[in-house]
Design a protein around this ligand. Sequence first.
Ligand code: ADP
Ligand code: MG
Length: 407
Amino acid sequence: MKFEEYNISPEVKKSLEDQGFKKPTDIQYKAIPNILNGEDVLAIAQTGTGKTAAFAIPILHKMTMLYRVKGVKAVVMVPTHELAIQITEVFHELGKYTQVKTLGVFGGVEQEPQIKKLKQGVDIVIATPGRLFDLVSQGYLVLSGIQILVLDEADLMLDLGFYKDIRDLLRFLPRYRQTLFFSATINEKIKKLAYSIVRNPIRIQISPKDPVSKNVTHSVMNVSMDDKRYFLERLVKENPDKKILVFVRTKVRAERVFQAMERVGIKSLTMHSGKEQQDRLQVMTDFKNGVFKLLIATDVSSRGVDIPNVEYVVNYDLPDVAENYVHRVGRTGRGTKRGIAISFCSEEEKPLLKDIEVFMDKKVDVSDIENAEYEAILATTEELNTNWKQLMRDAEFEASNRKKKKK
Ligand code: ADP
Ligand code: MG
């Protein structure tokens, strides 16, 4: 079934056509009719399969009939600023021929402009819980008219770090509403929690056997901790035109890898929670536009981020939360594109790999490299070579000094 045959507003159809979206993806095909029917939905579908439009299309359609009703009527909660911005853009794009107003509400930036927009009238809010809570408690945002609540990356939103915020916010929402959960991963505990905050029985949609998107070819490579940077250097130099997204465990590691790359003449960007919001925005724009082709990030970028044409994902460090493996490798192979993910696994990270395999209920392919090739990679690194040359120069300098002294 094509979008043109759907019973949705012509304005939304027109923008779908502009986007080049002709047919719904599986999750869109399954979720849209239920959402249009007003049912609560728990939708689990692999990364990059169009979950955003799966809720944006029916919500925008509903709002085309409701935009004359004053106040915020739908709220989408997301875990990061970047996701709030990205999803707001999708709503703007798909809603551009409608009268429906969507606003992104997230922290790290001044709240005044957001308040001003709210006063002018907003139908849909895409929010991170912290800022949403601030605006609600100051009375700038009223949630009592909410008809639809969406938790994107639902398992993370209902997990420890966010759960309290979400619970606090739920108190402000009407009990009779439609609630939608979307994610690529979920576990039994979180599923129970999700059921506990909704009224209707939830419809579970797509739950694939393999949580990693079929568009992603992924494998691990055994690399010792100290050699990882040489392997990354090699990958980057062999693929000068490719966009590469590298995940590391901490922000300190992100900066270290950045410096290691700089030493061998590779320019990159870093992305982590220690950066100012303005810088984070700039980084995302530069990486999106391909001004820089290498981004070194922590897990703040593992969830939901939709950057076009990321050809490689590198797990420079294995994630310590197993489901993040699925989210990280899911930053490539999005929509109809294919992608490659490679994980550098050191001896001490083997238990993490095991956790990941248990979580996915699947082994990860091992990309075998011969000893000779491993050595060859170390032999070609510019860092060791330049260090070597530098050592030679130092030695020569010292030798000539000694000679001078003797004279
Ligand atoms: P998810 O949330 O499932 O990880 P997104 O909603 O971010 O995935 O979408 C992934 C990509 O697929 C986006 O770049 C989006 O533009 C594209 N996409 C979404 N729906 C369709 C469709 N029906 N046809 C073609 N491409 C689509
Ligand atoms: Mg998503």
